[in-house]
Write a protein that binds this ligand. Structure first.
Ligand code: GTP
Length: 349
C-alpha cells in the first residue's frame, strides 16, 4: 500500500517553532512528529510513503532520510504551495502514484483503524473514502454529514451554530488515482476540501466512521495536549518509559537539584540548574535553563538559553536559539522569535 503525506504547509499557527523547523519534523515527545505517523501507517500495511513537501523540504529529508523502518520514503517537492490536492497531481505527473493510495494530512496524531477504512472503501466501491471522526466541539472544523449508505451528503463550513453531526474530516483518505486524473488540474494550487470533494458528492464519495484517538497538532495548545497524551499513554506509541513524574528525559541531560515534571519532556543534552522548576513543559534538544528558573506549560525550542531566576509563563513558545536574560519574564502566551534576546525588565507578550 502507498501513502502520500501532505507535509508542505507553512504551519503558521505553530510559529515560532515552524520558522526554523518544518511542522512534520518538529519534536513531539522527543521524536520527529512524522515518525509517529509513519509507525501508524506501517502498522496498516503501508510500505511506501510519498512525502509531499515544499516549505523547508530539505529539513524534512535531512531528518527522515529515504528509508524508515523498512518503509521506502519518496519526496515530491513543489516550487510553489499547491494546497492539499495539487501535490497529489504533482506526484501523478511525476509518475510515482499507485492506482489506489492513502492521502494523509501530515499533522495528525491518531490511532484510527486504516485497515478497516480500506476494507470499507472496497466494500462500497467508492472512488474516495474519507475518515470521519467525532469531536466534542465542532466550532473550529467543518462537519460532514453522510447518508445511511455511507455516501457523503455535503460539506458544511465551520459554524458556532447547530450542526447535523459532529463528525469532521479527519484528514485520512483512501483515493483512486483516476480521481486525481479526472478532477485535479495540473499546475496550480487545488484544495481537496473546497474543490475536489464537493465535486465528488453523489459521485463516489463515501465517509467511514472512525473512532479512537485523533488530534491535529497544528496549534500550540494542541501540540501540548498531544504531548501530555503521549506521556500518559492515552494514545499508543513506542515511547521510552516515562519517569515517576510522567516525564521523559532525553540522553545526556543534566538536572541535578532541579524539579522536572509532571508531564515534561527534555530533549537530548539539556541542562536545568538547581532550584529550577520545569512543569508540564517541553524543552527541545540542547536547551539550557539556569538555576532557580520557572518554566510552566511552555515550549522552548532547540538551543534556547534561559538565565538564572528567569520565568517563562504558561502557553509561551520560545523560538530556536533565543536567549532569555537572568531574571527576565516571558509572559503567558508570548511568542519569542528565533535568536531573539529577551532582556530583564522587558515586557514581552
Ligand atoms: P497553518 O499555516 O498553521 O494553517 O498550517 P499548515 O500550513 O500546515 O496548514 P493546514 O494545517 O491547513 O494543512 C493541513 C496539512 O496539509 C498539513 O499537513 C500541511 O503540511 C499540508 N499542506 C498545507 N498546504 C500545503 C501545500 O501547499 N503543499 C503541501 N505539500 N502540503 C500542504
Amino acid at each position: 500500500m502507498q501513502a502520500l503525506v501532505l507535509a508542505g504547509g507553512q504551519g503558521t499557527r505553530l510559529r515560532p517553532l515552524t520558522y526554523t523547523t518544518p511542522k512534520p519534523v518538529i519534536p513531539l515527545a522527543g521524536r520527529p512528529f512524522l515518525t509517529f505517523m509513519l509507525d501508524w501507517l506501517r502498522g496498516h500495511g503501508v510500505n511506501e510513503a510519498i512525502l509531499s513537501c515544499g516549505f523547508l523540504s530539505d529539513g524534512v529529508r535531512a531528518v527522515l532520510g529515504d528509508v524508515y523502518g523498512g518503509m521506502r520514503l519518496r519526496y515530491v517537492v513543489e516550487d510553489e504551495p499547491l494546497g492539499t490536492a495539487g501535490p497529489v497531481r504533482l506526484a501523478l505527473d511525476e509518475g510515482v502514484l499507485a492506482e489506489r493510495l492513502l492521502v494523509l494530512n501530515g499533522d495528525v496524531l491518531c490511532d484510527m483503524d486504516l485497515t478497516a477504512e480500506i476494507a470499507r472503501h472496497e466494500q462500497t466501491g467508492a472512488r474516495c473514502t474519507l475518515a470521519l471522526i467525532e469531536v466534542a466541539d465542532t466550532a473550529s472544523y467543518g462537519v460532514v454529514p453522510t447518508h445511511p449508505d455511507g455516501s457523503v451528503e455535503r460539506f458544511l463550513e465551520k459554524t458556532d451554530g447547530e450542526v447535523p453531526t459532529n463528525r469532521i474530516n479527519a484528514g485520512a483518505y483512501v483515493l483512486e488515482r483516476e480521481v486525481v486524473e479526472a478532477l485535479v488540474p495540473a499546475g496550480r494550487a487545488v484544495s481537496f476540501e473546497r474543490e475536489v470533494f464537493p465535486a465528488l458528492v453523489g459521485d463516489g464519495l463515501y465517509g467511514w466512521h472512525a473512532d479512537g484517538y485523533w488530534i491535529d497538532i497544528g496549534t500550540p495548545e494542541r501540540y501540548l495536549e498531544a504531548t501530555y497524551d503521549l506521556l500518559a499513554g492515552t494514545v499508543p506509541s513506542a515511547l521510552a518509559p516515562r519517569d515517576e513524574t510522567g516525564s521523559l528525559i532525553g540522553p545526556g541531560c543534566l538536572t541535578a537539584g532541579a524539579r522536572i515534571g509532571p508531564q515534561s519532556v527534555l530533549g537530548a543534552h539539556c541542562s536545568v540548574g538547581s532550584g529550577a522548576v520545569v512543569d508540564r513543559s517541553v524543552l527541545h534538544d540542547r536547551v539550557q535553563v539556569g538555576a532557580d528558573c520557572e518554566i510552566r506549560s511552555a515550549v522552548l525550542a532547540e538551543r534556547v538559553r534561559v538565565g538564572d531566576g528567569a520565568r517563562v509563563e504558561a502557553g509561551a513558545m520560545v523560538g530556536e536559539g533565543a536567549r532569555i536574560a537572568p531574571g527576565a519574564v516571558v509572559a503567558a502566551d508570548a511568542r519569542i522569535d528565533p535568536d531573539t534576546a529577551v532582556e530583564a525588565g522587558e515586557a514581552l507578550a
